[in-house]
Design a protein around this ligand. Sequence first.
Ligand code: HEM
Length: 281
Amino acid sequence: MVNVSAFIDSTVGILGVNERANRETDSGLSTKYYDRVCPKVLPTIKRMVEDAVAQERRMGASLLRLHFHDCFVNGCDASVLLDQTSTIDTEKNAGANVNSARGFEVIDRIKSEVNKICGRPVVSCADILTIAARDSVVAHLWLDEEDLVVLSGAHTPGFAQCFTFRDHIYNDRNIDPAFADHLRTICPRVGGDSNLAPLDPTPSSFDTKYFNNLMRRRGVLKSDQVLFNNGETGELVSKYNEDKTKFFKDFAKSMIKMGKINLLTGNRGQVRDNYRRVNSQ
Ligand code: HEM
């Protein structure tokens, strides 16, 4: 088992960073972009994410999830950060995000610190989300079934609110009855919608307990337990349960794949002055 900070160190340097901010040259991705334009960017984001996680351990998981939710709607364009306006129907109000997505204030704090340190807004919103996600643990969508299994391993840290797993614990059969009983003490049939249950028994650690849990029919979410339900994905679940190194390696690979979904590079995108609004022309 490794804790979240140890996982950060083992993944630093793996992810490519979006070069959409480089207007002078062309589009493309480079892991060295910020070394050139503002070398303090990456250490600053890392320090601020670590501070945020030190204040609230769950924040690492919340930032990771924010990155996933950004990438799965129209690609990794940081649209999840935009506030509602007369012309923008914000993703923040979408079913999967409302009363659920969190961590926006941390991204705001990082943005203003990085702007200050670099003297101008050089870091795109999508990069902040990507880097923060990495530092917190770390197709249409161009992802295959294997990616989805390994990415679901992102549910090793973090929590779920009662309303997201109520149906599973009261109505499904593919759940260990003792575990369902336990979750029912946290999540009553009526009320307590925001009561929290850890997604695996070690919610502050990035480990393989999530997969082990699925094999014991102790997945908290229905969407997790279906991965181990006499189907093809079950084999992968057992493999990751047995081989932590493979899980970490494949997870990093699939995160990179996910982080490249429909990136807006070069002039196709913009570095927003404020993450919550598109720049005025
Ligand atoms: C495959 C489809 C997925 C579904 C249906 C799903 C669904 C959910 C749900 C319902 C929650 C609980 C949210 C709440 O109670 O507010 C959750 C939490 C979480 N999800 Fe997913 N998820 C999926 C994939 C992913 C992926 C691919 C990632 C990241 C790569 C991810 C990262 C997380 C994290 C870290 C949490 C905990 C957040 C926290 O504690 O604040 N999920 N997910």
